[in-house]
Design a protein around this ligand. Structure first.
Ligand code: FAD
Length: 508
């Protein structure tokens, strides 16, 4: 048998590599992967460089590694089975919907056989989750409490440490003006990463114009993400020592030009398998127990990983393939061009999109309350925004991007979101300093210079009244809808049309 390690399963002390310590290893670096979408160059550099570093680390440990650089997986597997006829590969169960079947077909066509072992990069198994839902509805809060009890994380005598399940009331602050977060660590490219980055630049430069909705990324900053286990552990140490304490209070805050705030920047390492969720959680809890980070920060951080990340993975598994194209609000607008170019006068969107162009990253609230919120209010077709997130983000993988964008961001399916995350300029203004430097007026809804978030917010509620009014969580919003008279609605519709025309023309 040979262990086939795929590019987002770079785990050594669990899974097939740990279970079969004496078997040879196969890695297939398939160039065609990079052509599926106009990926951010850092995403491609990250995955391919991490694979090559993983190969080198395994070889240093004395394992025999067959590393195939080919155009497609099929080419790589054909070459492998030509050298090792009728062999059986063992690999990790893939997360992406339909991947298992595709792999089985490709392997069978190449004349071999494949066995799958469970993906052990997560805290909650398929069986655990399915027993928890028991066919019922999904609610994150219930799942999170279940996981706290299952794992015992932040639990004492069957009760949550500190007496509460969450400390959100302490976690909605914005930092004072003179606040300066610790600089996030950077991992300067070594020879391997530099070679990959150059290859990515020459191989995948442009060529996406024929894709539906176009798109490409220009002039990113130097590459900065961890590509080895050692670097990922350093990133975790740095976060826990310098940023975790302030993660909680400022987790929802945004500041112009401050792209990382106190976020961990660990999603790429977790999603590639360079870090395992348990070690990240346990490290954060240890900081709390040692008195180095407050409970509101540590609990908030643990919830993102033990709760949301695990929850969305299983929702994706159970709700695909319908989730990918879900569109319960019938949103059909094309994604405005400025999502690719960053060319908009709106201060929040311009800064956040520039950040994605520069480093393939923005933090959660920017993804949810700026990028998705605008897409939701504007009525962007969910599959289009989903594709953009997939292309633009270094941490994007189907199992995590799709439920976040289609459901959490755009309320596409209504499988776990109980209402859309729709908000006017009010939220952005409360949680950031963007509005003070923006040419649009945060307090205006209609007429020249009105903030598009305001106009589109009311237009969204009116447009989707049939679907949303009966939702009891939307009652307050619709009571404000009812306060508006015909004249005001005419002005809102007129300004909304104007906003759309400006977005189409590229001068919003
Ligand atoms: P932190 O804020 O430091 O949080 C710690 C960790 O918690 C993250 O590294 C991540 O592993 C986990 N986490 C937090 N929130 C979520 C969540 N909603 N879903 C899953 N994991 C979560 N995350 C991705 O990993 N890949 C994506 O492609 C992705 N796309 C998103 C798209 C939208 C529209 C939204 C709203 C969220 C998306 N997220 C995605 C979730 C979240 O925004 C990122 O995980 C987080 O911003 C990564 O930055 P960080 O490591 O600094 O996270």
């Amino acid at each position: 048998m040979t262990v086939w390690v795929r590019g987002d399963h770079l785990v050594r002390n669990r899974g097939p590599l740990a279970r079969r310590p004496n078997d040879d290893v196969l890695l297939v670096e398939a160039e065609s992967f990079g052509r599926r979408l106009p990926y951010h160059p850092h995403k491609l550099t990250l995955v391919f460089s991490a694979m090559r570093h993983f190969r080198d680390a395994l070889r240093e440990d004395g394992r025999a590694v067959d590393y195939r650089q080919v155009d497609t997986f099929a080419d790589g597997l054909e070459a492998h089975f030509a050298a090792h006829p009728e062999e059986t590969l063992v690999t990790t169960e893939p997360q992406a919907h339909g991947s298992r079947e595709r792999i089985e077909d490709i392997v069978a066509d190449a004349g071999g056989d494949v066995e799958f072992v469970p993906d052990e990069r997560f805290c909650c198994s398929r069986e655990q989750f399915d027993a928890w839902t028991d066919g019922g509805q999904y609610r994150h809060e219930g799942f999170y409490r279940f996981m706290r009890r299952e794992t015992g994380y932040l639990m004492a005598d069957g009760e949550p440490v500190g007496g509460e399940w969450n400390y959100d009331d302490q976690n909605r602050e914005t930092p004072p003006e003179d606040w300066e977060p610790a600089d996030p660590p950077t991992f300067d490219p070594d020879e391997t990463t530099t070679a990959v980055a150059e290859w990515v630049e020459t191989t995948f430069d442009g060529g996406y114009e024929d894709q539906p909705y176009g798109g490409s990324w220009a002039d990113p900053e130097p590459f900065r993400w961890p590509v080895t286990r050692r670097q990922a552990v350093r990133a975790l140490d740095h976060f826990v020592e310098h940023r975790l304490a302030e993660f909680g209070p400022y987790q929802d805050a945004m500041r112009d030009g401050e792209w990382a705030m106190s976020h961990s920047l660990l999603s790429t390492s977790l999603n590639l398998g360079l870090l395992l969720p348990e070690e990240v959680i346990e490290r954060a809890i240890a900081a709390y127990e040692d008195g180095d980070a407050p409970l509101n920060s540590v609990e908030g951080f643990v919830r993102q990983i033990l709760g949301w990340r695990e929850f969305l993975r299983h929702v994706y598994r159970r709700e695909m393939p319908e989730l990918a194209t879900a569109n319960q609000l019938g949103a059909e607008a094309d994604l405005p061009e400025f999502y690719w170019t960053g060319e908009t006068e709106m201060a929040c969107l311009s800064d956040v999109v520039d950040g994605v162009r520069e480093r393939g990253y923005s933090h959660h609230i920017e993804r949810l309350m700026v990028l998705s919120n605008f897409g939701l209010l504007y009525g962007v077709e969910p599959a289009q925004l989903n594709r953009w997130f997939h292309a633009g983000y270094v941490d994007a993988f189907h199992w995590v991007t799709t439920p976040n964008v289609v459901e959490m961001g755009l309320y596409g399916a209504g499988v776990f979101a109980t209402k859309p995350y729709a908000s006017s300029a009010n939220y952005v203004d409360k949680m950031s300093d963007y509005c003070s430097g923006c040419p649009y007026y945060k307090t205006k809804t209609t007429g020249e210079g009105a903030c598009p978030f305001n106009t589109l917010y009311w237009d969204f509620l009116k447009r989707n009244e049939d679907e949303l009014r009966s939702n009891h969580r939307m009652g307050l919003m619709y009571s404000h809808v009812d306060d508006k008279g015909d004249e005001e609605w005419d002005a809102i519709r007129e300004r909304a049309e104007e906003v759309r025309t400006m977005a189409d023309r590229g001068d919003l």
